[in-house]
Design a protein around this ligand. Sequence first.
Ligand code: GLA
Length: 335
Amino acid sequence: MSLPTTTTVRAPGRVNLIGDHTDYTGGLVLPMTIDRWTVITGERDGTSIELRSADEPAPVHLHLPVEDPSIIEPHWGRYVAGVAAEMRAIDGFDGRVTTDIPVGAGLSSSAALELAVALALGFSGSVTELALLCQRAEQRASGVPCGIMDQLCIAAGVADHALMIDCTTLEVRPVPVPDDVAVLVRFVAHRTLAGSEYADRVNECARAEAEIGPLAAATLDDVARITDDLVRARARHVVSENQRVRDFAAALDAHDLAEAGRLMVSSHESLRDDFGTSIPVMDAAVADLVATPGVYGARMTGGGFGGCVVALVDPAAAADVDGWVVRPVAGAHVV
Ligand code: GLA
């Protein structure tokens, strides 16, 4: 009999630079991984999953195979169970989880946990398959009909690059983040997407698509034909945001940081006014950052209703700005 071998895996968090609430309509996003990680170390052993976390009072015990991840307690075990269920795991794992990704901050701590669990359980397949499996796991665990951005960013991350992702084709294009700009993240308020209006937004976008076809291919003229005011505003955000992602990637390529910053602010305004996913403390944080010397632009990031704001900042000024500087790192991997 061979002794179980120790496996260590790690998966980073992510911050979205621009392109929010576009992924679930097959649109464009431009997130990047951040240098904060969830790490799992342990042994593949037995017929159950046993995971302890330094940050959670209760450990996770899962008997395999897992049938319904959405009823598992403690709550963080649902993400573990979602992955185990999607992988139809029958071989156990016994290990420890540590993380320095803040939980409930909109930096994809749950997606990082899913990716780390999948690798710890021995997932083999492509980066895209890994991301799709973990997206299904998230949906089953949380009941939130999330898109692919978080899981694909964390699976495909490239050091020193943001990723432009086409959420229809799942094509990923690494976009270099210039050396002379700092990406700064400021935590504003805790949030959870479950029970939030996230699912309402997904439905509102589906109503728009029932009227004018796929939003990923729609123009602002198409959007103008939508009869319902609210649905038209939601669609206007998505269609204009897809264009902002293209323009932002071009601005980074051209090293036009002022233009990149302007596009972030206009993305924030669109999420606030047309998409209704900002909250006043996030608007205030963005206004404060934009008025700070050395800041090119700022916006809310991720699902909204709380979480973080992200800013592009002159590195010489970043030390004086409240928040922390993040840099893009390699995607989830076995160490
Ligand atoms: C959450 C979801 C993503 C994406 C963002 C908004 O992070 O998990 O799929 O929809 O919100 O851009």
